[in-house]
Design a protein around this ligand. Structure first.
Ligand code: ADP
Length: 459
């Protein structure tokens, strides 16, 4: 079993992984950049080690620095968190070459599922329904136009190495497609260092529903149900919940069972999430797999009582899952609110600076996952996620009621956050009805959203 883990990440997920290690009797060393020397994970850790300057390319994304840090500090495993090196097969391979355990899928599995276009083909071969799209990557403009004709407009251009909603573009005509290809290629190259693109049919009025799976190295796997992540702003998740209010129990079971079966048959292993779009008739279409722990994993933990990070560590160490699908029981309803440092009244501009005062909410069913503390200086170099509020209730209505209370209690003073926006969402009729799609926020417009529920100045 693993004795000592290097946590090669920052923010709330570093704190989350640290806690999982402690609960398993595993020592943890937190790797941090110079900008994160005063972070909560560093303050909480048994030991910490600086891996470079603020710039992530020279710290959290530097495979050599991370591996040296693990070796110097006597660790036998590395937890990459999410983002950064978490899905990098070359890094996982380097980790193994140094006799360290990579907490995630094996390098071979990561490589197999590295490209989104390739993953579509792998899982389609296992019978999962796909969003109609191009066969493989686009070779050039002529190939793109040809594939576009075959699939039909409107289309979404997607970077094959993509993530976080970046670099996607919707096009309605061949002319728009041609114009967008150059821009998308250079955006993808800048964001992911890889400019390969593929096409998907643009599906109107769909929901984002994803399935959490746990698969060991011995051929055992379970799903822990689905999460609905349809509350998005510009294709980025803001609120996630489970169970999905949009699908019936028959669809729920079929979706989750087919997802875990296809992932296992395609050779996937460890913790992972299969993402789908679901239309108004309950038809579902696979979009991508996330081969890592996800931001919204606590939603599923609240329903199942399973510590997904602890399971991830166990599975990476080669342990057997040790239970079957019947043992996985899901109870009640959970909603997660991503708390971001951003000014919702000024185009959601990311914020940095001193958090003068932080007071977490409490009460039955309330969980805060955060690295915040009073006096913490939010550095300007990284993403704007400050933490997550996760609320459980026996049903959706109860979870919403508790969420309203928690979002009133939660205090982050000193910098602007999106807490007022979450309060606004909880007053929106369409959100409350459960009958919305991924365009709810963008269609209505953030400003209208806020204006309708909270007068200017109150937040
Ligand atoms: P990323 O990996 O960048 O997050 P995804 O493929 O997961 O990109 O898509 C992110 C979001 O974009 C989805 O949750 C959905 O709202 C929207 N989206 C993606 N593909 C399509 C599609 N084919 N049609 C309509 N919306 C889509």
């Amino acid at each position: 079993m693993i004795q000592r883990v290097l946590i090669a990440n920052r923010g709330e997920i570093a704190v989350r992984v640290l806690r999982a290690c402690r609960s398993m009797g595993i020592e943890a060393v937190v790797a941090h950049s110079e900008a994160d020397a005063d972070s909560r994970a560093v303050l909480m850790a048994d030991e910490s080690i600086c891996i470079g300057p603020a710039e992530s390319a020279r710290s959290y994304l530097s495979a050599a620095s991370v591996i040296s840090a693990a070796l110097v500090s006597g660790c036998d495993a590395i937890h990459p968190g999410y983002g950064f090196l978490s899905e990098d097969d070359a890094f996982a391979e380097m980790t193994r070459a140094h006799d360290l355990i990579f907490i995630g899928p094996s390098p071979e599995v990561l490589e197999k599922f590295a490209s989104k276009a390739g993953t579509r083909e792998l899982l389609a071969a296992q019978g999962l329904p796909m969003v109609p799209g191009s066969h493989g990557m686009l070779r050039d403009d002529a190939h793109a136009l040809e594939e576009a004709e075959r699939v039909g407009y409107p289309l979404l251009i997607k970077p094959s190495a993509g993530g976080g909603g970046k670099g996607m573009r919707m096009v309605r005509t061949p002319r728009e497609l041609q114009q967008a290809l150059t821009v998308c290629r250079s955006e993808a190259r800048a964001a992911f260092g890889d400019d390969s693109l593929y096409l998907e049919k643009w599906l109107e009025r769909t929901r984002h529903v994803e399935v959490q799976v746990l698969i060991d190295q011995h051929g055992n796997g379970v799903h822990i149900g689905e999460r609905d992540c349809s509350v998005q702003r510009r294709h980025q998740k803001i609120v996630e919940e489970a169970p999905s209010p949009a699908i019936d129990d028959a669809t729920r079971t079929e979706l989750a069972e087919s997802a875990v079966a296809a992932a296992m048959a395609a050779g996937y292993e460890n913790v992972g999430t299969l993402e789908f779009l679901v239309d108004g008739d309950g038809n579902y279409y696979f979009i991508e797999i996330n081969a890592r722990i996800q931001v919204e994993h606590p939603v599923t933990e609240m329903l199942s009582g399973i510590d997904i990070v602890a399971e991830q560590i166990r599975l990476a160490a080669g342990e057997e899952l040790g239970y079957s699908q019947d043992a996985v029981r899901l109870r009640g309803h959970a909603i997660e609110f991503r708390i971001n440092a951003e000014d919702v009244r000024h185009d959601f501009q990311p914020q940095a600076g001193l958090v003068e005062h932080y007071v977490p909410p409490g009460g039955a069913g309330i969980r805060m996952e955060t690295h915040l503390y009073s006096g913490y200086d939010v550095p300007p170099y990284y993403d704007s996620l400050l933490g997550k509020l996760i609320v459980w209730g026996p049903d959706r209505e109860a979870a919403v009621a508790r969420s309203r209370v928690a979002l009133r209690e939660l205090l982050v003073e000193g910098i602007a956050t999106n807490i007022p926006f979450h309060r606004a969402i909880l007053e929106d009729e369409t959100f409350l009805s459960g009958g919305f799609d991924t365009n709810l926020l963008d269609r209505k417009g953030a400003a209208a959203f806020l204006a309708a529920v909270e007068p200017e100045g109150e937040a």
